[in-house]
Ligand binder design. Structure first.
Ligand SMILES: [Zn+2]
Length: 263
């Protein structure tokens, strides 16, 4: 058996064990057809069942299923011999009924005895898929296949998990939708880094200089009103500041410029 398939089956069997109480040795109900195919294809049925279910198995057969093999005559003697080696599961059918019906009645509507069913019958398999927690096995081209869990099995499994958690835990399960930690600040660009931005150069406000024609004397500081004087001083300060900044840039040079020169 391939590793991937073995892993899938192991997971599947742990699902049946955890959610439906399956335990080793797994009781496997086999039908007449699978016994026939196993002998025809020379498959060691017991061994294969243990390989697929990955545990100790107890193959079982009902009287009705053995009866089906009897009906097929002497050609199926080896299959009968194989079936007879298995443990007999009492089905209490006085008159033998078709194997499918017999197995369906033994499994019941809840599979409370936790049977694994190995059957080649498509209709029976379809019927068993509607019962939660029935591992189903069939043989396809002399390869034994364990079916994936049915929808009903998965539904009940989920339901049981919810119940096991209880109402309080169910609330907790909902919680991850609304994490307790405060909402994270949005990451991403908000705009340029204010530290890397060039400061807005405020252009000096043009100071109205009185024309010569206005007065004969050249305009002196004393002529300007106090308000204008202050303005001028401010402008001067700003100008010198910007000049200094520019100078610093020229001399210092950014990290990028130094890279350029070295390159
Ligand atoms: Zn029966």
């Amino acid at each position: 058996m391939r590793q991937k398939r073995a892993k899938t089956y192991r997971k599947l069997m742990s699902l049946y064990c955890m959610s439906f109480g399956f335990r080793e040795p797994y009781q496997v109900l086999v039908d007449s057809e699978i016994c026939r195919i196993a002998t025809e294809s020379r498959i060691d049925l017991s061994k294969q069942l243990s390989t697929v279910l990955q545990g100790v198995t107890k193959p079982m057969i009902t009287q009705c299923c053995i009866h089906e093999l009897y009906l097929q005559g002497k050609s199926q003697q080896s299959a009968v011999d194989l079936a007879k080696a298995f443990e007999r599961r009492k089905c209490n059918h006085r008159e033998a009924i078709p194997g499918d019906d017999c197995l369906a009645s033994v499994v019941g509507d809840s599979n409370r005895h936790r049977y694994v069913v190995a059957t080649q019958s498509q209709p029976l398999r379809a019927k068993l898929r509607l019962i939660p927690g029935v591992p189903i096995i069939h043989i396809n081209r002399s390869v034994m296949i364990l079916e994936p869990p049915s929808e009903e099995t998965l539904r009940v499994k989920q339901q049981k998990e919810q119940e096991a958690l209880g109402p309080a835990a169910a609330e907790l399960v909902k919680l991850p939708q609304q994490p307790s930690d405060p909402p994270r600040k949005k990451k991403g660009p908000k705009g340029p880094n204010p530290l890397s931005m060039k400061k807005k150069v405020t252009r000096p406000v043009s100071v109205r200089v009185p024309r010569k024609s206005d007065s004969t004397a050249p305009p002196s500081a004393s002529d300007l009103s106090i308000g204008e004087k202050r303005k001028r001083e401010e402008n001067d300060e700003q100008l010198t500041a910007t000049r200094k900044r520019k100078r610093r840039r020229k001399h210092g040079g950014g990290p990028t410029s130094s890279v350029v020169t070295t390159a």
